[in-house]
Design a protein around this ligand. Structure first.
Ligand SMILES: [Cu+2]
Length: 161
């Protein structure tokens, strides 16, 4: 009886070791695919290459309109982003994971100024522009990372076909 107990304890600890290793591998795989994902999104676009212009509205109900945007692979899109609310909003392109991490950082450091080519911050009543050349086909994400806005659902998808 005792030997069975020892054996099953051993099996259990082996199982948990295996589970641990497995989740580690998964984390690495997830990180790798995330990096690939970010690069697949594309790169800052050049104004002269714009083939499509899209109007996006942001407002204080914490929504983007439209919240789903379809573009073609390789296409350079100019987003004309209007803030029709009374709060500051922004449109940031990225992977869901990056956006989530960035949102957490913004929550910790609300005064943090950030400006990258994959985003546009727009003051209330103003309009900003973001030019982006999309890469591979896939579904990507965008969000507003003003503190609390991402969490309130201010996000959308870009479907690249
Ligand atoms: Cu916002």
């Amino acid at each position: 009886m005792k030997s069975i107990l020892i054996a099953s304890t051993l099996v259990l600890s082996l199982l948990s070791l295996n589970a641990y290793a497995h989740s580690d591998d998964e984390q690495i795989a997830a990180a790798e695919s995330q990096n690939g994902h970010a690069a697949a999104l594309g790169k800052p676009g050049i104004a002269g290459n714009v083939t499509k212009t899209m109007n996006v509205d942001m407002n204080d109900t914490m929504r983007f309109t439209p919240a789903t945007i379809s573009v073609k692979r390789g296409e350079t899109v100019k987003f004309i982003v209007r803030n029709s609310g009374k709060l500051k909003h922004e449109m940031v392109l990225g992977s869901a994971k990056e956006l989530k991490e960035h949102a957490a950082m913004m929550a910790k450091f609300p005064e943090m100024e950030h400006s990258d080519p994959n985003q546009v911050s727009v003051e209330p009543g103003k309009t900003g522009e973001l030019i982006w050349q999309f890469g591979k086909a896939g579904t990507f994400d965008f969000a507003c990372l003003e503190p609390g806005h991402f969490e309130a659902g201010m996000r959308g998808n870009i479907i690249v076909k």
